[in-house]
Design a protein around this ligand. Structure first.
Ligand code: HPA
Ligand code: ZN
Length: 324
């Protein structure tokens, strides 16, 4: 089945580009930018990747991205991911980036987006892998800062397909960003947001995302199973869920494989993704393999997960159809 999974044309929709920063590249960028790292070796750095919650992961994630300073740094980061993706037969990716994680440390917005954009163009031309960018707001910062970031993005609107919401969910519900999301919709952006697994008030957050914000997609969202009514709403709308089994295993007590299975059986458009592969040691293929090991999925089910993913992409219908 490993070969079958390897051969499947894949689509990745929940991938934080800053979460693809491998230790080797971190050392290279630190040297390039004259920065010291608190680890002597790649092995020492990897050994420090011990998370047991979303917040313990986020501390190391933000600390790690300090080495990203210049346009070529962002280019190299995205190119490295897209090369790995192409090797795993990923044909299309929608890639999150966290501009505020960079602008808040003095790196200009345009440096970030120009580097990422150039990599996307080169990867399409050189590797045949297509990708689009989703701009995420950091939910533990104020809504006003998210709004300012949204306005700052407008000159680059053609390079960004939609907006998302990530970072620490505790005490930062979707409703905090209602005005930002309303403006984003008016500007033509598509809408998604994280409803991380097993968070406090998980169901209320999913309800707000679906009913108050009206998201086009939900990132994670497995807890929706706790509310039959909300399951029916996403079924009726065809709303997709971007699940990340290996990531779940790091930040909660399990991969939530049974929940993913249940969602599949109910007909919800669930997909399998890697989230932050450099930190969770699993790219999309390893995520699919891990889920298969837990659930013994059939070939039809494995193929269906990829069909779900292509179906819920934010590509124009005719482009989407060419993948299906
Ligand atoms: N959840 C919230 N914030 C994040 C994540 C995640 O899975 N990955 C990177 N930032
Ligand atoms: Zn995520």
């Amino acid at each position: 089945m490993k070969d079958f999974i390897a051969g499947l044309p894949k689509c990745e929709l929940h991938l934080h580009i800053e979460g693809t920063l491998e230790p080797e590249l971190k050392f290279e960028l630190a040297a390039r930018n004259g920065l010291e790292l608190p680890y002597a070796t790649v092995e020492e750095m990897r050994a420090a990747y011990t998370f047991d919650s979303l917040s313990s992961f986020l501390t190391i994630y933000y600390e790690g991205m300090r080495v990203l300073r210049t346009e070529p740094d962002f280019y190299d980061l995205a190119m490295a991911y897209l090369r790995r993706a192409a090797e795993q037969n990923v044909r299309y990716a929608e890639i999150f980036f966290d501009p505020q994680a960079h602008t808040s440390r003095g790196v200009p917005f345009d440096v970030v987006i120009r580097g990422l954009r150039r990599a996307l163009l080169d990867a399409h031309a050189q590797l045949g892998v297509r990708a689009q960018l989703i701009m995420c707001f950091l939910r533990d910062f104020q809504a006003e800062y998210a709004m300012a970031t949204l306005l700052e993005s407008l000159p680059y609107k053609e390079w960004i397909v939609g907006v998302g919401l990530d970072s620490d969910e505790k005490g930062n519900p979707p409703a905090k960003f209602a005005a930002v999301y309303e403006r984003a919709r008016q500007e033509g952006y598509l809408l998604t947001m994280h409803c991380d697994v097993d968070q406090d008030d998980a169901i209320e957050h999913i309800r707000q995302a679906v009913e108050e914000i009206g998201v086009d997609r939900i990132d994670h969202g497995v807890n929706i199973l706790e509310d039959q009514r909300l399951v029916e709403v996403v079924l009726a709308r065809g709303t997709g869920l971007t699940c990340c089994p290996v990531s779940n295993g790091y930040v909660t007590d399990s991969m939530k494989a049974e929940g993913i299975r249940k969602l599949m059986d109910l007909g919800v458009r669930v997909t399998v993704n890697s989230d932050d592969p450099a930190y969770f040691a699993a790219y999309v293929q390893e995520n699919i393999e891990a889920l298969h090991d837990a659930l013994q999925l059939s070939r039809e089910e494995l193929a269906r997960l990829q069909r779900n993913a292509f179906e819920i992409t934010w590509l124009p219908r005719h482009v989407k159809d060419a993948y299906l």
